[in-house]
Design a protein around this ligand. Structure first.
Ligand code: GDP
Ligand code: IMO
Ligand code: MG
Length: 439
């Protein structure tokens, strides 16, 4: 058994929720280490759909411990709403199965307003954020003026922290963005009540994690967003404001890298992106629309249509390197079932020059066009297939080509959104780490 990190290898929405959900049964603890309720992780079982935003996907498994780590930013109002919605769907959530790091930073209403106002001011050049206040909350954290969730429990420090933040934020809101500022007393009352509601969940979660490691328990670190949205390694500035790559798991949960046994990249069998920014393999014709429909590519958090494109191996090479990916869970293979032929981008071309690696400079990237390899579509259903041998030969060719181009083990293939519509590859790394008993 092992401690593993699961991260998105593209621009988010790769199907991390489904993969974490399936693997949760092999874990004792499932922990989120970055991002916030900008994430939307969808899981289907028993004909019900669940969308997780800030709470780890493992919460759907009774008796598993879920942790929201110090690296996550939390909007307490949104978190309380998420707890209530999941509870109304029959999910049991209590202090016994959900622990929240006292060090997690707060997303406050001024962060959300600043996020929306900044986007509006950027106009055409906007990032296309989820509008949840994620960027401004991380800014506050790094500026060393943010508030920890534990600050909700102590009135005087909370008043002082809010008051000094409001001096600056209200100035920005009123004078720069020409909108109304916020009242200290109203915020204080409201946030104290959120503190009362959440206090039972708060802990030093690094201690819980390290104790679990000491006891030989298994931890799944659940990434949010994806590598190309990472603040350092993504398509900056069209990124989110956290590190989404595997190394962040240690920082965002407070444990040492020596305890990581495996790193899994979730890869969608094609590419999507929601929000603005470069997307070299985007398909702008009816094939893109066909994929969007077949894959139900609409944002789980904002409902926005996702941009769709061909699989991009340049992106995946970059993701493999910056995360140290050891194995891949390939999702949504079934979405490609009806296509006559498929394209895989193996390199970019710019002014006669070939790039095999993802260029860091945005202006260069914007001038790159994909170099494609065409591959036959299988035009048969793969939906619900649970055994690799039962896949059509041409689907196997597609998977083999991805494996060869990346030289990475593929351990799972998802063929539908339900739990059971999954292939586990025998002798894959994941099989060996978790003892899944693949057929
Ligand atoms: P995440 O943010 O990475 O967890 O991904 P999302 O939940 O935002 O988006 C993935 C979507 O694809 C969800 O609606 C899943 O239910 C769905 N999904 C996951 N795996 C598969 C699959 O293999 N086939 C199909 N058709 N849908 C899938
Ligand atoms: P999951 O975990 C896809 C995108 C936004 C925008 C950019 C910045 O479900 O894969 P932000 O609100 O974070 O400041 O927005 O990042 N984005 C996501 N795209 N999946 C997500 O999460 C995302 N979280 C943020 O669309 O382009
Ligand atoms: Mg999502």
């Amino acid at each position: 058994m092992a401690n593993i990190i699961i991260v998105g290898a593209q621009w988010g929405d790769e199907g991390k929720g489904k993969i974490v959900d399936i693997l949760s049964r092999y874990a004792d603890i499932i922990a989120r280490f970055q991002g916030g309720h900008n994430a939307g992780h969808t899981v289907h079982f028993n004909n019900k759909q669940y969308i997780l935003h800030a709470i780890p996907t493992g919460i759907l498994h009774p008796h598993k411990m879920c942790i929201i780590g110090n690296g996550v930013v939390i909007d307490p109002a949104a978190l309380i709403q998420e707890i209530e919605e999941l509870t109304s769907q029959g999910v049991e959530i209590s202090e016994k199965n959900l622990r929240i790091s006292k060090r997690a930073h707060l997303i406050m209403p001024y962060h959300k307003t600043l996020d929306l106002m900044r986007e509006e001011k950027k106009g055409e050049g906007k990032i296309g954020t989820t509008g949840r206040g994620i960027g401004p909350a991380y800014e506050n954290k790094v500026a060393r003026t943010g508030l920890h969730i534990a600050d909700l429990l102590f009135e005087e420090p909370l008043r002082q922290g809010l008051s000094s933040n409001l001096q600056e934020k209200n100035f920005l809101l009123e004078k720069f963005f020409q909108t109304s500022g916020l009242s200290l007393d109203e915020l204080l009352d409201q946030y104290k009540s959120y503190g009362d509601r959440l206090k039972g969940y708060l802990s030093d979660t690094s201690i819980i994690i390290n104790q679990a490691i000491y006891e030989g328990k298994n931890i799944i670190c659940e990434g949010a967003q994806g590598t190309m949205l990472d603040i350092d390694h993504g398509t900056y500035p069209f990124v989110t404001s956290s590190n989404c790559v595997s190394a962040q798991a240690c920082i965002g949960l407070g444990f040492g890298p020596q305890f990581i046994d495996g790193i899994v990249g979730v890869v969608k069998a094609y590419t999507t992106r929601v929000g603005n920014g470069p997307f070299p393999t985007e398909i702008k014709d009816e094939i893109g629309e066909k994929i969007r429909k077949a894959g139900r590519e609409y944002g789980a958090t904002t409902g926005r249509p996702r941009r769709c494109g061909w699989l991009d191996v340049v992106v995946l090479r970059h993701a493999a390197r910056v995360n140290g990916l050891q194995t891949i869970a390939l999702t949504k293979l079934d979405v490609l079932d009806s296509l006559q032929s498929l394209k895989i981008c193996t390199a970019y071309r710019r002014k006669g020059q070939i790039f095999r690696e993802f260029p860091p400079e945005l202006h260069i990237l914007q001038e790159c066009t994909p170099v494609y390899e065409e591959i036959d579509g299988w035009q048969q259903t793969t939906h619900g297939i649970q055994c690799y041998e039962h896949l059509p030969q041409k689907a196997k060719n597609y998977i083999d080509r991805i494996r060869d181009l990346l030289n990475i083990d593929i351990s799972m293939i998802s063929t539908g959104y339900e739990r059971e519509k999954t292939i586990f590859i025998k002798n894959s790394l994941l099989d060996r780490w978790l003892g899944i008993g693949a057929d």
